[in-house]
Ligand binder design. Structure first.
Ligand code: HEB
Ligand code: CA
Length: 322
């Protein structure tokens, strides 16, 4: 049964198995469904959301209108017919589609796939999904609340590995599809290197909420990625991912497992990870984009020097939209 869902997704949503926009958006959707859970709200006697309970797709007219969920209406709409023709809970479907999506990105880990989640009966409250203009304090405390303390500043960095296969459509709507690193089709560690470069330009217009300058034409840098890369609590962890493909794979595999079951009881779920394809091997070596060197790094980790790496030959790198 799950094999059929997988094949349908690969054939009819992911263009035969590509790590392109629909795959990126399916991965983003897993986070925006799962993170909407708050024991802190529950402690105040309010409904805190159900975590990975499918609520974002069950109540799309409510949740996709929450500001941080901007743009997700499209992937929810695209996934709808798949949900309709297969016999999975909506909550399971969202996380399963995310795992299949990432399996198309060379260098990715094989993500966990569990089934048996209970679907939401009410929408999550607004205000639980982090925004790119939030401070590290706000983001760290939100992720810690959602995970009952598990996602600390270190695991927040692990989670942000997802932004190696990502782009923004709505942060600067004049340049939709602007990637966060020069290799949005590869699960590699360029994201951690490139966010540590001194910002010099905007891919489109300046002055957008949640955006700061990036170092490469066509690349968009989120303010939250920039500040977490430089915060004293997370900077060394951030830098430790540069040129450490194995760490990126292992840590993201670990945190995705826990993210994907927030609000659910693991004992009620069945592990179907064997259905998830083994992703293609990593491609390329970690490098400075053409024209840039370690001299362009804003060193934020005080303890360890930035790794020494080659610079790509040729004229300054420009990143194409996805
Ligand atoms: Fe993320 C994207 C934010 C985390 C995954 N992001 C994104 C964006 C933003 C963000 C703003 C863009 C959107 C548009 O379109 O415009 N995030 C964020 C924040 C945070 C995050 C603030 C916290 C810190 N993510 C995250 C996680 C994950 C993710 C955890 C997973 C898991 N994202 C993602 C992806 C993407 C994004 C995949 C891409 C999408 C596309 O491309 O479309
Ligand atoms: Ca990448």
């Amino acid at each position: 049964m799950l094999f059929a869902v997988r094949d349908d997704l690969q054939e009819n949503l992911f263009h035969g198995g590509l790590c392109t926009a629909e795959a990126h958006e399916s991965l983003r959707l897993t986070f925006h469904d799962a993170i909407a859970i708050s024991p802190a709200l529950e402690a105040q006697g309010k409904f805190g959301g159900g975590g990975a309970d499918g609520s974002i797709a069950i109540f799309p007219e409510i949740e996709t209108n929450f500001h941080p969920n901007i743009g997700l209406d499209e992937i929810v709409e695209l996934q709808k017919p798949f949900v309709a023709r297969h016999n999975l809970s909506v909550a399971d479907f969202i996380q399963f589609a995310g795992a299949i999506a990432l399996s198309n990105c060379p260098g990715a880990p094989q993500l966990a796939a569990f089934v048996g989640r209970k679907d939401a009966t009410q929408p999550a409250p607004d205000g639980l999904v982090p925004e790119p203009f939030h401070t590290p304090d706000e983001i760290f405390s939100r992720l810690a609340d959602a995970s009952q303390g598990e996602f600390d500043e270190i695991l927040t960095v692990w989670l942000l590995t997802a932004h190696t296969v990502a782009a923004a459509n709505d942060v600067d709507p004049t340049v939709p599809g602007s990637p966060f690193d020069s290799t949005p089709g590869l699960f590699d560690t360029q994201f951690f290197l490139e966010t540590q470069l001194r910002g010099t330009l905007f891919p489109g217009t300046g002055g957008n909420q949640g955006e700061v300058e990036s170092a490469i034409k066509g690349e968009l840098r989120l303010q939250s990625d920039h500040t977490i890369a430089r915060d004293s609590r997370s900077a060394c962890e951030w830098q430790s991912f540069v040129n450490n493909q194995t760490k990126a794979q292992q840590m993201f595999q670990f945190v995705f497992h826990d993210l994907s079951i927030l609000g659910q009881n693991i004992d009620d779920l069945v592990d179907c990870t064997e259905v998830v394809p083994i992703p293609p091997p990593p491609q390329g070596e970690t490098h400075f984009p053409a024209g840039l060197t370690v001299a362009d790094i804003e060193q934020a980790c005080a303890e360890t020097p930035f790794p020494s790496l080659p610079t790509d030959p040729g004229p300054a790198t420009t990143v194409a939209p996805v």
